[in-house]
Write a new protein. Structure first.
Length: 328
């Protein structure tokens, strides 16, 4: 149950992405209910090229009835990358090849403000007020920090979906995609403050959103364009998740990014530990690995809170109920 006295102001840093799309729609449902304010969406070059993540986020905002929310375009040219994007999982457009079914947008990629500049502007204007929810590679946040040292300390909180601590990686044997795609950016962000909230795949790999769940949500208003999109995207993502051997044969896909919102609005669904998160930036086989010291010794360098357990049943249940509000 949400009991916050004031609704958080949020910047969502994202690279839609199937799971990003579900996270954005969930957040917009919370905005619709009056539980949150979405200040801006800063898109990232990640799951697909920055041009497509910008278009995808803009189309989802228009689909859900929030076309006036500002969308930034992703910074290009972070650290040297040796990884391909995730278009093979999320579709060439990042949205299950469904973007052509979504509303045409009035905003133009070439004319859009870069995401790092939006972060700097908003955080300078509202110190200590804005929560940055980062569900993509951390290129934009690192670029903002380099342009304006100390700017990330202006955020009320920074919540990151990323990392793999006690489980295998999902893009390399030891590394999770959002961290590994721009490891130097990740290292910069984790060095920026000592209270970062981390939602790793240790917990998100338990969040399986099934086609049956999508159909239950859509029953509220099956003719809604959002309903149709949710069902179609879930169907696409289920097929690719199974093909990439992510699901242990279960019919569904992982809504990794949605867990960041659970931390803010349903914190009883997550259990955290305090830790000093370190990023491997040089390893030949372990580049992008996230790790912390589990030995029984004083943790004087702690910089993060890391989610290690999740009540996946109730997290998915509240997500479904909120999505129903968006389409009702």
């Amino acid at each position: 149950m949400i009991t916050q006295k004031t609704k958080p102001k949020i910047i969502l840093d994202t690279d839609p992405g199937g799971d990003d799309s579900f996270a954005l729609l969930w957040l917009l449902s919370l905005v619709k209910q009056g539980f949150a304010e979405l200040v801006a969406v800063t898109t990232v070059d990640g799951n697909v090229h920055a041009r497509y993540t910008f278009a995808g986020a803009s189309k989802l905002l228009k689909l859900a009835g929030f076309p006036a929310i500002e969308v930034g375009k992703g910074v290009i040219g972070g650290s040297k990358r040796d990884l391909e994007d995730a278009g093979g999982i999320h579709g060439a457009d990042g949205m299950g090849n469904l973007s052509h079914t979504l509303p045409e947008i009035d905003v133009n990629y070439e004319d859009a403000v870069y995401s790092d500049d939006i972060l700097i502007e908003k955080l300078q204007a509202n110190p200590g007020e804005i929560v940055v929810v980062a569900i993509a590679p951390l290129t934009n946040l690192a670029s903002a920090e380099k342009k304006c040292p100390g700017i990330l300390k202006n955020a009320k909180e920074i919540i990151i979906m990323g990392g793999a601590f006690k489980v295998p990686g999902n893009i390399r044997p030891e590394a999770e995609f959002n961290i590994a795609y721009d490891v130097e950016a990740a290292a910069t962000v984790f060095a920026s403050r000592d209270d970062i909230v981390v939602i790793p795949i240790d917990v998100t790999e338990k969040l399986i959103f099934t086609q049956e769940m999508a159909k239950q949500v859509s029953k509220v208003n099956p003719e809604s364009e959002i309903s149709k999109f949710i069902v179609s995207l879930c169907e696409f993502m289920t097929k690719t998740a199974l093909a990439f051997r992510e699901m242990q044969g279960k019919e569904g896909f992982l809504v990794h990014d949605a867990a960041t919102l659970a931390y803010l609005f349903y914190p009883e669904t997550l259990l955290f530990r305090r830790a000093e998160v370190m990023i491997e930036t040089k390893g030949e086989w372990t580049r992008g690995k996230t790790l912390f010291d589990s030995r029984n010794k004083t943790k004087v360098g702690a910089n993060a809170w890391v989610a290690m357990e999740v009540d996946n049943v109730n997290l998915l249940a509240v997500m479904m109920e909120d999505l129903k509000v968006l389409i009702s």
